[in-house]
Design a protein around this ligand. Structure first.
Ligand code: FRU
Length: 565
């Protein structure tokens, strides 16, 4: 006889004893807190894994009973995560003042970024219980302007048999006045941690409470490994299209494409991306949108060839022009989106006035040894950026709403006679605007988050801080973060400055442990976390020769805290 939902939970030893549900080859697996509490007279068990505390049931379980089990686990997980979800966490001196960072635990990709019923909704990947990449939740934030956010009830928890090792990344869609979340369900089976991937849907009519509808794609297509994830769904005027980051069986990254008439039943249309050649072993986090009538596809290839010897980490970001065809898309003209260190898995949303706003993860997949670990949190998101399509490329500028954080405008005067200038800004939260002259020869360096601009022996006579050097001989702009307190990741990034550019407008957004550089009106951006001492509130500037031209003046604003941080 089929077991009832309550009968199943009771036989497992009660709601508080159920930890995780899984399904593998039609067998239901349940992970328990205490194996001894299971009632084997009611629940026939075929195998018990004592180290994982998992039982494999010897009888089929109805969809209703599995769903009910998911709701019980969801309740448990929300209770367990609640102490780590309070927005009023202790601050520490690396905690951003106005960027989004996790209250506790690890943050990674932004998810489900969308404007719905008068507000921006933004979710992010979160593991509450430690600064580790484990079973991910979706945190949910809501904002009127993309800057001041408030924390909504937790969006999604890894509660169900199809997502119990992580509600992985995905996007949101508005369909029939409801908010739909498409995401990847990640599960791992057995001690071998065999990966099982599904693409799932959750729906909400009020934008607060989500009902999981389960998998709409329950296995990878032929020729693709279980590394297929991060659904992006659009409506192209005729039907829905889903793009997924994917890995071919020969370990080549590609995009998988599906189409659907109703957003629920999906047809596999094949892989795209051959036109970009061999471009890494896996593509993650695609986004697809239009800017000034040009379709663009952002994605994050892993393991693609390094553009320079400075770039040692395997994680890349970029975009290609996309042409939408009846049964797929063609990509061409690959370009890097952000030239800094910490920029991954960006997502965009359409604003009510038809602009495109982007937010990315300010971090990278393998980098976890950061100084904020001791305070129990890790990583942050970038500021919201407005995108434009200009001169055949994406330009990124800070969203206009960020100006609401500005204090009074202040002038930073550079003495043209001096070899070096040092100014205590008294804060690590600021916006700085200037124009950098590109010298015909020689170089000068701007130091941010510097410690009294002091020349330390360790830095061989240079001021401390994150260094931005503009060099006229090589016509390069170099960002060097080797003085960061974080000892992981690349430390140098370089942009070539094409002729006939003579001046370089620069806007810098600084927050306690990060710097975002918007160069030449957003033609290039360089994004970097930068961990420094509590008193590293100085700005410094040095030049190699007394006749190297310097920026004449800089204006800057201290930036206030935002509501979620
Ligand atoms: C990118 C990523 C995604 C995945 C998520 C899991 O950072 O690996 O591909 O869905 O993180 O947290």
């Amino acid at each position: 006889m089929e077991i009832t939902p309550t009968g199943l939970v009771d036989a497992c030893g009660g709601a508080d004893n159920v930890r995780r549900a899984l399904r593998h080859q039609d067998k239901v697996i349940i992970e328990l807190i205490e194996l001894e509490r299971v009632n084997q007279d009611v629940l026939p068990i075929s195998t018990i894994d004592h180290s994982l505390r998992q039982i494999t049931l010897d009888q089929p379980v109805s969809q209703g009973a599995l769903t009910a089990l998911g709701r019980v686990i969801d309740h448990n997980l929300r209770e367990q995560a609640a102490p780590f979800y309070s927005p009023s966490q202790k601050t520490d001196f690396h905690r951003p003042g106005w960027h989004i960072s996790p209250p506790q635990g690890l943050l990674n990709d932004p998810n489900g970024f969308i404007y719905f019923q008068g507000h921006y909704h933004l979710f992010y990947q979160w593991y509450p219980f430690a600064c580790e990449h484990k079973d991910k939740f979706w945190v949910h934030l809501i904002s009127p302007d993309g800057v001041q956010w408030h924390t909504a009830p937790l969006g999604l928890t890894p509660s169900d048999w199809y997502d119990s090792h992580g509600v992985f990344s995905g996007h949101a869609m508005v369909m029939n006045d409801a908010l739909w979340l498409y995401y990847t369900g990640n599960t791992r089976i057995g001690p071998e941690r065999l990966r099982q991937t599904t693409q799932c849907v959750a729906r909400s009519s009020d934008g607060i409470h989500f009902e999981k509808l389960g998998p709409v794609i329950d296995a990878p297509p032929a020729g693709v490994t279980e590394h297929i994830r991060d659904p992006k769904v659009i409506h192209d005027g005729q039907h829905y299209r889903m793009l997924l980051g994917a890995q071919r069986e020969d370990k080549i990254g590609r995009l998988a494409q599906y189409s659907s008439a109703d957003g629920l039943t999906w047809h596999y249309d094949g892989l795209s991306g051959d036109s970009l050649g061999e471009h890494g072993y896996m593509w993650e986090c695609p986004d697809l949108f239009q800017l000034s009538d040009q379709w663009l596809c952002i994605l994050c290839p892993q393991g693609s060839p390094s553009p320079t010897p400075d770039h040692q980490v395997p994680h890349h970001n970029g975009y290609a022009k996309a042409t939408l065809e009846a049964d797929g898309i063609t990509l061409d003209n690959w370009q890097v989106l952000d030239h800094g260190f910490d920029f991954y898995a960006p997502q965009t949303a359409q604003t009510p006035d038809n602009k495109r706003m982007l937010i990315a993860w300010m971090g990278l997949p393998d980098e976890v040894e950061q100084p904020s670990l001791s305070a129990g949190w890790l990583h942050q998101l970038t500021c919201p950026r407005e995108l434009r399509w200009e001169n055949g490329q994406i330009y990124q500028r800070p969203a206009a709403a960020l100006q609401s954080l500005r204090g009074p405008q202040q002038l930073l005067v550079i003495n043209p006679e001096c070899h070096s200038t040092t100014v205590d800004l008294g804060t690590k939260q600021f916006e700085l605007n200037t124009t950098l002259p590109i010298p015909t020869s020689g170089h000068y360096t701007l130091y941010f988050h510097s410690r009294s601009g002091m020349m330390t022996p360790a830095s061989s006579g240079k001021p401390s801080g994150c260094a931005l050097t503009i060099d006229g001989d090589s016509r390069t702009l170099t960002l060097d973060r080797s003085a960061s307190l974080a000892k992981e990741g690349d430390t140098r990034r370089c942009i070539h400055l094409p002729e006939p550019l003579e001046d370089l407008p620069l806007q810098v957004l600084a927050d306690t442990s990060s710097l975002e550089f918007f160069i030449a009106g957003g033609q290039w951006t360089m994004t970097s976390r930068y961990f420094s001492a509590i008193d590293a509130t100085f700005f410094a500037l040095t030049r190699d020769r007394h006749d190297t031209p310097l920026p004449k003046e800089m204006n800057w604003y201290a930036l206030k805290n935002a509501s979620v941080r």
